[in-house]
Write a new protein. Sequence first.
Length: 423
Amino acid sequence: MRLPLVFFLGALAVACGLATSCRPAPPASSAPLRSSAYVWQRVHSPAVAAAVTAHAPDFSRLVVLAAEIDWRGDTPVITRINLDYSTLATVPSLGLALRIRGYHGSFLADAPAAQSILTLARSLLDDARAVGLAPAELQLDFDAGERQLGGYRQWLQTVRDAHLGTALTFTALPAWLAQLDDFSALAHSADGFVLQVHSLSRPGSAQGDLPPLCDPVAARRAVLRAARVNVPFRVALPTYGYAVATTPDGKFVGLSAEGPAPDWPANVVVRELRADPTALAALVADWTTRHPASLTGIIWYRLPVAGDQRNWRWPTLRAVMAGRAPLAQLSLETHFSADGLLELSATNTGDDDFAAPVHATLAWTGAQRLAADALPPAHLAHETPASLVWQAPALALAPGERRSLGWVRFSSPPTSVHVSSRP
């Protein structure tokens, strides 16, 4: 699964406008779609282990990034992930992913590149089996150019001919569907594929809306076209987000996903782009009702992990997997302590992120206020002898997250307390 820029939507639009050839329309089905997810971290931290342990039972399979190959000519530069095998042993069904960076050499079966891929694939499976795991899938993830599909097929055939004892799959881009005959030959060289219908397109300007990470209309068309090759496949949908930086006149500067914020130049315009849970929930609901028979499931990129900055939280993904649009819900709460202190807090009791201004009013009777204050990002905006108003111009809360807005100390417990909010 690739995170760099993939400017494919224009090519996808062209592909979707082409004639659908003489292939018959794919048969439809309402059979249940299996849900799976990627674990794509290069460090298996305790937070990753906790997420896998907690949520693996919610999926039919987890596909874990196991290694990555870069190239210096035909010489592979291999990065192997230090997998947490003890945690992965709890996964009901496990897939291993091998990420292959851009390559422009020979694809022949006896060439060094193909043999390096085969050797690494065999090693990854052998290592997992040595600790008692039984990977159900080996997935190759290679950003082939459209003219490289024939060569890529040779790689897949080389690995498949080695009879490694597990299903062989690959990730596919919608732009490849423009070469439907070549893509069909590629698909039939494996046991299945994953159609990735998400990517980041270049911003048109610093002021206009950012193109979505996944265009539902284009995704539906790509799925129908992919189904024409009559090979089982899953569709990959996004859960992640980016910070996208442009110059004031709209030139692309860079992007940031997880990790420390980049040191952007002073004049850049930074905007957040997030996978749209409402749009994707509708897409899931449609496919759940009716989908091509060869579409067997949805695989999510990627499994939510505590501490993620721009990935969906688990409650959001759970709702979207069910075909239900998640909603944020703000709840204001008061907490009393024995010494006359009242704390006002805000909690997101919904299943989507809350991000909006908050205007909270606290009114009481039967007590005298001794002191009061606000806690960032809130401030005290108005006060009377029997009421206080806190405002937070931009409050962000993840599902289940609680934030204190302020406090009041009373001379004695109030007879009554009423709290209300408005945008």
